[in-house]
Design a protein around this ligand. Structure first.
Ligand code: GDP
Length: 309
C-alpha cells in the first residue's frame, strides 16, 4: 500500500507538465451544464494538446459519445472518471507477461532500441541490476559501436553492478559483437543477455538496416530469440515519441516499451496514443538516474496520475 502511494506520488511529480495543464482544463470542462458539441470540441483539443494523438483522441471521443448516449448520461462530472478508465484500459493492452526470464530458455535475450539520449544504457543497467538482485546471471553486450562513449558508458555500468560486458573497439560491426556476446552467454551459462544498440537519428535508414541485421544474427544463433525487443522512449519528448515508436516497430517489431525520464518534466500523454496505435505493452517506467529508479508499469496508477488532482 505504502509503495503504491509512493509510486503514485512519483508519477504525479513526473507527469506534472502534462498533468497540470490537463487537469486545469478538464476542471473547466466539468463546469459545462451538459455534454454537448462545444464541450467535445474542447475535450478534443485538450487531449491532442496533451500529446494523446489525433487518431486515439477521435476514437476516445467517439466511444465516449456512444457510451454516454446508450446509458443516458449527460453530466460532464462523470467525464474525468470515464477518461481515466478509458486511458487505463488502453494502457493495459498486451500487459500480460512479466519480463523475467523463464527457466528453461537460457540465455534469455533482450534487445534494447532507442534513439541516443533516450535513456537506453541507463535502463539496461537498471534491468540488469534488478535481475542480478534476484540471483540471475546477467551479461551485457555493447552493440552501439558507433560511439566510443556508448561502449565506455556500458562498461562503466557493468563495473558498477558487477556484470560482464562484451564489447569490441569503436567502429566494429555490431553484429560481430552480438555474435560474440551470444557465444559467451552460452558458454558462461548466463540467464539474461541484455543488448545495447546504436540510436543515431541522422542516418535513419542505415541504422534500421544495421538493427535488422543484429536481430537476424540473434535469431540465427538462438531461433526463438530475441525474446524481447524493448524500445526506450524519452518521456520528455511528447508526440515525437509516437513517430519514433512507429518507425522502430515497423522495422523491428517491438514487444515492449519503457518510458524513461518520467521524473523530469515529463509529457506522458503520448504513451496513450502509442499503445493504442501499436498495441505494444509498456513494461517499465524510468523515474531517475539511479539503479533502483525503475518501476513496473501500472496502467491504473499512470492514468490516475495523469488526470486526477
Ligand atoms: P542512451 O544514449 O539512450 O543510452 O541514454 P543514457 O542512458 O546515456 O541516458 C541519457 C541521459 O539521461 C543520462 O544523463 C542519464 O543519466 C539520463 N537518464 C536516463 N534515464 C533517466 C531517468 O529515468 N530519469 C532521469 N532524470 N534521467 C535519466
Amino acid at each position: 500500500m505504502k509503495r503504491d502511494e509512493g509510486l503514485l506520488r512519483r508519477l504525479r511529480q513526473g507527469l506534472r507538465k502534462t498533468q497540470g495543464a490537463l487537469i486545469q482544463r478538464l476542471e473547466g470542462l466539468l463546469l459545462y451544464p451538459k455534454i454537448e458539441e462545444d464541450l467535445l470540441d474542447d475535450l478534443e483539443e485538450l487531449l491532442v494538446t496533451a500529446d494523446v494523438g489525433i487518431a486515439t483522441t477521435t476514437r476516445i471521443l467517439g466511444k465516449l459519445q456512444r457510451e454516454f448516449r446508450q446509458k443516458g448520461l449527460s453530466e460532464p462530472l462523470r467525464l474525468r472518471e470515464y477518461l481515466k478508465e478509458e486511458m487505463a484500459s488502453i494502457l493495459s493492452q498486451g500487459l500480460a507477461k512479466p519480463l523475467s526470464p523463464p527457466c528453461p530458455s537460457k540465455p534469455w535475450i533482450i534487445l534494447f532500441l532507442g534513439v541516443n539520449g533516450s535513456g537506453k544504457t541507463t535502463t539496461i543497467a537498471k534491468i540488469a541490476w534488478r535481475h542480478q538482485k534476484e540471483g540471475k546471471k546477467v551479461l551485457l553486450a555493447a552493440g552501439d559501436t558507433f560511439r566510443a562513449a556508448a561502449i565506455e558508458q556500458l562498461r562503466t555500468w557493468g563495473d558498477r553492478i558487477g556484470a560482464d560486458v562484451i564489447s569490441h573497439r569503436p567502429g566494429a560491426d555490431p553484429s560481430a559483437v552480438i555474435f560474440d556476446a551470444i557465444q559467451a552467454a552460452k558458454a558462461r551459462q548466463v540467464d539474461l543477455l541484455l543488448i545495447d544498440t546504436a540510436g543515431r537519428l541522422h542516418t535513419k535508414r542505415n541504422l534500421m538496416e544495421e538493427l535488422k541485421k543484429v536481430k537476424r544474427v540473434i535469431s540465427r544463433e538462438i531461433h526463438d530469440a530475441p525474446h524481447e525487443v524493448l524500445l526506450v522512449l524519452d518521456a520528455t519528448l511528447g508526440s515525437n515519441s509516437l513517430v519514433q515508436a512507429r518507425e522502430f516497430h515497423r522495422a523491428l517489431g517491438i514487444t515492449g516499451l519503457i518510458l524513461a525520464k518520467l521524473d523530469g518534466t515529463a509529457k506522458g500523454g503520448a504513451l496513450i496514443g502509442i499503445v493504442d496505435e501499436l498495441k505494444i505493452p509498456v513494461k517499465y517506467l524510468g523515474i531517475g538516474e539511479g539503479l533502483d529508479d525503475l518501476e513496473e508499469f501500472e496502467p491504473e496508477s499512470f492514468a490516475e496520475a495523469l488526470l486526477i488532482p
